[in-house]
Design a binder for this molecule. Structure first.
Ligand code: SF4
Length: 489
């Protein structure tokens, strides 16, 4: 294996010379006196009614709320905003860990180079194929996020190869074909040229999480001499993605490293800067909580309680109303249930070891994993629970393949147009999944939900939908029942 690569040189985009993650501003806002209840009511009403992105000071005011009634009002408003923009849809996906070789030494991570207990592995293309066959042929996923440590032997070319392999897999299932239709990527920051390589392979969303927006803390957690020690290289990773033509990007912070309120404001400033610079904010926001990892050298002094977690999800939802929000299987089922109405995506049937879907080793075998999971339930059980709670699982990826991405999709979300397509496509892709993968009990719960969705669509004839569209939807359903796949609006 190669050694640590020479430190990358920042590209000459000096227009980014003043960092958007302004720590002084964040600290000043957090030190401001607690907002009075009247002001908080007004802020909640503003975002609930107009779905306007909030100013950082308004976000800080929401973060200061601890009155139980006001908190409940915030949670209800956050759920209402999610419903207004994304209706009752929840998108499911699975992570596919491809390589855990990593030259970095992040003190909180099981994959860090200094962790001698970690079993290192990078999937061959055959192994990627086998993993994908399980994910799309047995479980029924249509969307993955492929995950990579940072290592010169497993950089952009390897990432692009694994993506092409994933897209090439097609597995006969009960009455159709199982295949992955969208591959998002979670990987180290790259140069613009490297990003063009992964774009050409069909990347969906590019995720780079800043971990923490607090520079001192960042420096302590990411030792010097590693690529990740360069705060600014990471901070502008997604700006470079836009430069490379990738217009769906995802931000995130690892909650529990430092002051969680600081990170919420850091994420907000990041989202605002992307919107200001490129006219489009992040496609999704992630807020993983730090979990125990094998060989982690970190004592978790800043653990975020479940109550604070719910509050931070609500504040992010209200601050950045059009971004998707991802809650992950790091959390327990109970915690996920408490926030799912504010979120748009979750993973399920998750395994986070290298080769874990096809190797079938113990799912919590810690030497092979980056951290430990809180929700190990299969996708079938998760979908049944979502259906019982009134959420339809959408496997739709049509927007991306029809060019409804980036600026285009954001405009459609803001105007409500994308939501109309999405509701129809959620029904169609849910129908595919029920036919191909559902257990009897999940199918029964799903059928009830589809009947309810069709009734809602029928009730909106003459306003949101035309009779022709509704008839086409019913015809598409029939064709899916006969084995056709990938029909969408
Ligand atoms: S967090 Fe990422 S970069 Fe850091 S050691 Fe783990 S895999 Fe490597």
């Amino acid at each position: 294996m190669s050694q640590i690569p020479a430190k990358k040189v920042l590209p000459p985009h000096t227009r980014y010379d003043s960092d958007f993650a302004d720590e002084k501003l964040i600290r000043a806002m957090l030190a401001a006196p607690k907002a009075d209840n009247g002001l908080v009511h007004d802020i909640i009403a503003k975002t609930k009614e107009n779905r306007e992105a909030l100013e950082p000071a308004e976000a800080a005011a929401l973060l200061s709320v601890d009155d139980p009634e006001l908190l409940e009002e915030m949670f209800a408003a956050a759920a209402a905003v999610k419903k207004a923009v994304y209706d009752n849809r929840v998108v499911t996906f699975a992570p596919l860990y491809c390589s855990n070789y990593c030259v970095n030494n992040c003190v909180y991570c099981g994959f860090r180079s200094g962790n001698g207990q970690s079993v290192r592995r990078a999937l061959t293309q055959d192994e990627v194929r086998r993993e994908t066959e399980v994910l799309c042929g047995q479980i029924g996923h249509k969307r993955l996020v492929s995950v990579y440590g940072e290592h010169p032997d497993y950089g952009a070319d390897y990432i692009a190869q694994t993506m092409s392999t994933i897209y090439s897999v097609k597995v006969p299932v009960r009455s159709g074909i199982g295949q992955i239709r969208r591959v998002n990527v979670n990987a180290a920051p790259m140069t613009v040229d490297e990003l063009k390589t992964v774009k050409a392979a069909g990347i969906g969303t590019f995720q780079v999480f800043q971990e923490t927006y607090d520079r001192d803390l960042y420096a302590r957690l990411h030792p010097g001499g590693t690529p990740k020690s360069d705060f600014r290289w990471r901070l502008y990773a997604l700006h470079r993605a836009f430069e490379a033509g990738i217009d769906d990007v995802a931000i995130g912070a690892l909650f529990g490293l430092g002051d969680w309120k600081f990170e919420v404001l850091g994420l907000l400033l990041h989202a605002r800067d992307l919107e200001k610079t490129f006219g489009v904010g992040p496609h999704t926001v992630s807020f993983p909580r730090l979990e125990n990892a094998c060989g982690s050298a970190l004592k978790n002094k800043h653990q975020v309680s479940d109550a604070d977690f719910k509050k931070l999800v609500a504040v992010l939802r209200l601050c950045i109303p059009y971004a998707g929000m991802i809650v992950t299987a790091r959390e327990t089922p109970e915690v996920i249930r408490s926030v799912i109405a504010m979120c748009t995506q979750r993973d399920a049937s998750t395994r986070i070891g290298i080769g874990a879907y096809s190797d079938r080793y113990t799912e919590q075998e810690s030497e092979r994993q980056q951290f430990l999971l809180g929700d190990t339930r299969p996708l079938d059980a998760v979908i049944a629970e979502l259906a019982e709670m009134g959420h339809i699982t959408s496997f739709c990826t049509s927007g991306y393949r029809c060019g409804r991405t980036g600026d285009h999709i954001m405009k459609m979300l803001k105007s409500g147009h994308e939501g109309r397509f999405c509701k129809l496509n959620a029904v169609l892709t849910f129908r595919e999944w029920l036919n191909d993968f559902a257990s009897d009990s999940t199918k029964a719960a799903g059928e009830k939900l589809i009947a309810r969705e069709l009734a809602e669509i029928r009730a909106a004839l003459g306003t949101a939908y035309t009779p022709e569209i509704f008839n086409q939807l019913l015809q598409y359903q029939e064709r899916i029942n006969k084995g056709e796949r990938d029909l969408c609006f």
